[in-house]
Ligand binder design. Structure first.
Ligand code: SF4
Length: 246
C-alpha cells in the first residue's frame, strides 16, 4: 500500500508525504495495510530527523509503564504469530504471563481501570505515580534480551514511538519515551520555531479502532496475554472482549 506514497524530498516535502499517507489510510481494509503505511512514514520521519533517532538496543519504551495498550486486532496478529513458535518458547511465554500476573496484579488492575476511563480525573495523576513505582521493574513480556521478540507484528504504538506526535486533550505532545523527550526539547530549543513535522498518532489510532470489532477491548499487552493463557497453553483464537479477572 505504501508503494503509492511518494518519498519526501527533504524536510520540506515531509508534510506532503505525511498527508499522502493519511489519504492512503482511507483505503485500508486490514491492519497489515495500516502497519505498512505507518512503517513507511516512520522511516521517512527517521530519515529527516536523523539526529534524534532511538539508540540501537535501547529498549526503554518496552519497560516500566511504557508497554502499550493495544486493540483486539493487534493482539490477534500477535497471537497468530506466536502460535507458530516452537513449544519451548510458548512455554516460556506462558511462564512470563504467570509471573506478570503474580508480580504486578494490583498495578495491572489499576492500569486497566485507568485505560477504561474508570479513574476520576482528580486521581489520575496519583494513579500514574503509583503505576510508575509499581511497574518500575516490569518489562513487556515479549522483550527478549532487550529486543522485541514479536518485531514483525509489534503493535501500532510501538511502531509510532519516537516518530509521531500525539494530541492529548488540547495539547500536542511528542509520542516518545520519557528519556527522549528532553532530547526533543533540546532540538526544538535549537530551532527558530517549535514546530515538528511528524504524523499524528491519533490518526492511526482512529483507523485501527474502526477496523476492530465494535466494543472490542483495549488493554495493555500483558493483560491480553494473561487472559489468553488457558491452563498450560496459549489460546489459538482471539477473544476480543476477554473478562479481565487477574
Ligand atoms: S511489543 Fe515489542 S516493541 Fe512493543 S513493548 Fe513489547 S517488546 Fe517492546
Amino acid at each position: 500500500m505504501s508503494g503509492s506514497i511518494a518519498p519526501a524530498e527533504g524536510m520540506e516535502g515531509l508534510a506532503a508525504t505525511i498527508s499522502e499517507g493519511y489519504q492512503t489510510l482511507k483505503q485500508v481494509t486490514c491492519l497489515e495495510d495500516v502497519y505498512d503505511i505507518m512503517d513507511f512514514l516512520m522511516d521517512e520521519v527517521k530519515d529527516k530527523y536523523s539526529h534524534i533517532r532511538c539508540k540501537i538496543d535501547c529498549a526503554m519504551c518496552c519497560k516500566g509503564l511504557h508497554p502499550p495498550y493495544i486493540t483486539a486486532l493487534e493482539w490477534e496478529l500477535i497471537l497468530y504469530y506466536i502460535s507458530e513458535f516452537p513449544q519451548i518458547i510458548k512455554d516460556e511465554i506462558v511462564r512470563r504471563a504467570r509471573y506478570y500476573a503474580a508480580e504486578y496484579r494490583d498495578a495491572l488492575v489499576l492500569q486497566h481501570r485507568l485505560i477504561q476511563g474508570k479513574i476520576p480525573q482528580e486521581e489520575i495523576r496519583s494513579a500514574y505515580q503509583t503505576l510508575a513505582m509499581a511497574l518500575k521493574t516490569a518489562s513487556c513480556p515479549f522483550l527478549v534480551m532487550d529486543k522485541c521478540g514479536i518485531y514483525p507484528v509489534r503493535p501500532a504504538k510501538c511502531r509510532a514511538m519516537g516518530n509521531t506526535v500525539a494530541q492529548i486533550g488540547p495539547e500536542v505532545k511528542i509520542h516518545t519515551c520519557a528519556w527522549e523527550v528532553s532530547n526533543f526539547e533540546d532540538y526544538l530549543a535549537s530551532q527558530p520555531e517549535r514546530a515538528l513535522t511528524m504524523p499524528v498518532w491519533n490518526v492511526f489510532e482512529k483507523v485501527i479502532e474502526i477496523l476492530n470489532p465494535p466494543d472490542a477491548l483495549k488493554a495493555v499487552i500483558p493483560i491480553w496475554l494473561i487472559t489468553h493463557v488457558k491452563g498450560n497453553t496459549i489460546a489459538e483464537e482471539v477473544d476480543p472482549n476477554p473478562q479481565v479477572l487477574l
